[in-house]
Design a protein around this ligand. Structure first.
Ligand SMILES: [Zn+2]
Length: 465
C-alpha cells in the first residue's frame, strides 16, 4: 500500500520550524499539487525555487531527513505542473506519493478551517501543536480524520465484491463512513446490512489505510455472512454486489489500496485466509473427494510399468478424458481439480477442466508410486513386480518408494484437501497406485484386496466425508 515506505519513515509530529533552502514545498494551486513526474516518481519544488508566496510556509512533516512544507501558489512555475491527487496516484508510487497524500489531507484541513466556527474570527496556527486557534475567541480546532470501514464479507469460500454506482469504477468491497457514537464493528454490521441486506458475524480487524481522497482513515475488516447469504443490494449506492470465488476476482488496476490488498489476499490464499487473520467456521456442507486415473497412455497399450515415467495419452485416452468430463459436468458439483504433475494426469485434468470451467492445481503428492528400476519395464518380463507391491515396508527395487512412503504423501494430501476445501467437491486426477491408496484412506482393505485393486482409465470413485 502507499503508506508502506519502509525503511523510510514519515514523521508527522508537529514542529515549530522554518523552511531551509532544500526543504520540499507542497505547493497547492487551485486544489492541485505542483509536481513533475519522472519514471513514476513525483518531484516537488524546493524552498529556494519559490519567488514569492502569499502566506508563510507551514511545516507539514518529514520523510527521513527531508522536511516538507505547505504553501499555496496562484500559478505553476519552474517546470512543475498542477496534478490532482488522483492523477498522481495513477502515475506514481513510493515515499513521495505517500507524502503527497498526507500533504493533501492536511492542505484540505487547513483550507476548510480558515475561520472560526464559533465567532467567524480568523484562525491562526498554534505555537505548540498542530492546531488552529481563533484570534478572537480562542476556539481551537485539531486536524480532522474521518474514520471509515472496508469489509471483506466471506461466505462458503466466496467473497462479496461490489461496484459503486458513482465515483470509483473498479471492483471494491463494502465500505462506508463511521457514524458518531458508533463502534467500528457496529459500522461494519450497519454498512453491510444497508448495502447488501446481509447479517455478519466473526468480525476481525485486518489493517488500516491512512490516506484517501476524503480526509479519511480506512479500517479493513474481514467477517462472515451470518445465516442467509442472499444479497439484497441497495441500488442507490451500488451498481453490483455478488459473491465471487477466488479465481473469479478481478483486482483493481493499481496495487495501492487496502481494498485491493484484501481482495488479492483472498484470491491468493484461494479463499483460505490465514488463521491469524480470520478463523472461519467450518462449512456445514459435505466435503466430497473424487479420484480418477488418467486416460489410456502409450505405455498402458504396450503394457509397460509406468510409475514416475512420463508418457503421453493415446487418442483413446483423450476420448476417455472427454467422456469423463461429460459425466462430471452432468453432476455440476466439482469446484476444483487437483492433479499429479505427470503429463498423462495433467492432460486428462486439463481436458476435464475445460468442460467444467474449474481451476486445476498440481499437487506433487499425487504423482504415481516410484517403482525404481521396474520403471518402463514390460510387465511380462518382471514376474517379481507383483510380489514386490505386497511388501509394504520395502522400497521398490533400486531407489524406488515403499508403499508406506507412498501412503504417507497421499494421506497427507487427502488430509489437506479435507481441511482446505471443506464443503467442496474436489476431483483428484492421478494414477492407479494413488487411487488404490486413496481407497484405503476411506475403506478397510485386506492385503489381498489391496494387491488386486484395479482402477480403469478415467474410472471415477467418489468419497463423501
Ligand atoms: Zn472564534
Amino acid at each position: 500500500m502507499i503508506q508502506d515506505i519502509s525503511p523510510s519513515r514519515l514523521n508527522n509530529s508537529w514542529q515549530k520550524t522554518a523552511p531551509q533552502p532544500d526543504s520540499i514545498m507542497m505547493c497547492f494551486c487551485g486544489g492541485e499539487l505542483l509536481a513533475a513526474v519522472s519514471d513514476g516518481v513525483p518531484q516537488f519544488p524546493r524552498y529556494r525555487d519559490l519567488t514569492e508566496t502569499e502566506k508563510p510556509p507551514v511545516y507539514l512533516f518529514s520523510v527521513d531527513d527531508e522536511a516538507f512544507f505547505l504553501t499555496e501558489t496562484a500559478e505553476a512555475f519552474g517546470g512543475y505542473q498542477p496534478f490532482s491527487i488522483r492523477a498522481l496516484r495513477d502515475q506514481c508510487s513510493g515515499k513521495y506519493l505517500y507524502a503527497a497524500f498526507t500533504a493533501f489531507h492536511l492542505h484540505q484541513w487547513y483550507a476548510d478551517n480558515r475561520f472560526c466556527g464559533i465567532c467567524r474570527g480568523e484562525m491562526q496556527h498554534d505555537d505548540r501543536e498542530r492546531a488552529l486557534v481563533c484570534k478572537a475567541c480562542g476556539h481551537k480546532v485539531y486536524p480532522r480524520i474521518n474514520p471509515a470501514v472496508i469489509v471483506g464479507v466471506i461466505s462458503r469460500g466466496r467473497i462479496l465484491i461490489t461496484q459503486y454506482r458513482r465515483g470509483y469504477a473498479h471492483n471494491a468491497l463494502v465500505a462506508g463512513f463511521t457514524e458518531i457514537g458508533e463502534t467500528l464493528e457496529e459500522c461494519v454490521r450497519r454498512e453491510v446490512m444497508e448495502e447488501t441486506g446481509l447479517r455478519v458475524k466473526n468480525i476481525r480487524y485486518y489493517k488500516s489505510q491512512p490516506w484517501g481522497m476524503a480526509q479519511d482513515i480506512l479500517t479493513g475488516f474481514f467477517c462472515e455472512a451470518d445465516g442467509s447469504d442472499a444479497i439484497k443490494m441497495d441500488d442507490s449506492e451500488l451498481r453490483s454486489a455478488c459473491w465471487c470465488k477466488p479465481d473469479e476476482i478481478t483486482l483493481q488496476p493499481q496495487q495501492h489500496s487496502l481494498t485491493n490488498e484484501m481482495m488479492q489476499l483472498f484470491r491468493d490464499t484461494n479463499g483460505h485466509l490465514p488463521e491469524d487473520i480470520i478463523r472461519t467456521e467450518p462449512d456445514a456442507r459435505q466435503t466430497c473427494i473424487c479420484f480418477t486415473r488418467h486416460g489410456e497412455t502409450t505405455m498402458n497399450v504396450e503394457d509397460h510399468i509406468s510409475g514416475v515415467t512420463d508418457c503421453e495419452l493415446t487418442e483413446n485416452g483423450i476420448a476417455q478424458a472427454k467422456q469423463l468430463a461429460e459425466v462430471c459436468a452432468a453432476h455440476r458439483e466439482i469446484g476444483l481439480i487437483l492433479c499429479s504433475p505427470l503429463k498423462r494426469a495433467r492432460k486428462t485434468a486439463e481436458i476435464i477442466a475445460e468442460t467444467l470451467h474449474v481451476p486445476v492445481r498440481t499437487d506433487e503428492r499425487l504423482r504415481e508410486w516410484d517403482y525404481g528400476s521396474y520403471e518402463n519395464q514390460p510387465r511380462s518380463e518382471t514376474p517379481d513386480f507383483q510380489a514386490a507391491k505386497r511388501e509394504f515396508g520395502v522400497r521398490m527395487k533400486d531407489g524406488g518408494e515403499s508403499l508406506l512412503q507412498l501412503a504417507h504423501r497421499v494421506y497427507s494430501c487427502i488430509d489437506d484437501i479435507r481441511r482446505q476445501y471443506a464443503g467442496m467437491t474436489v476431483l483428484c486426477v492421478c494414477h492407479g497406485g494413488v487411487c488404490r491408496i486413496a481407497e484405503t484412506y476411506f475403506r478397510d482393505m485386506s492385503t489381498d484386496a489391496f494387491s488386486q485393486f484395479f482402477m480403469g482409465n478415467c474410472e471415477l470413485r467418489k468419497y463423501s466425508i
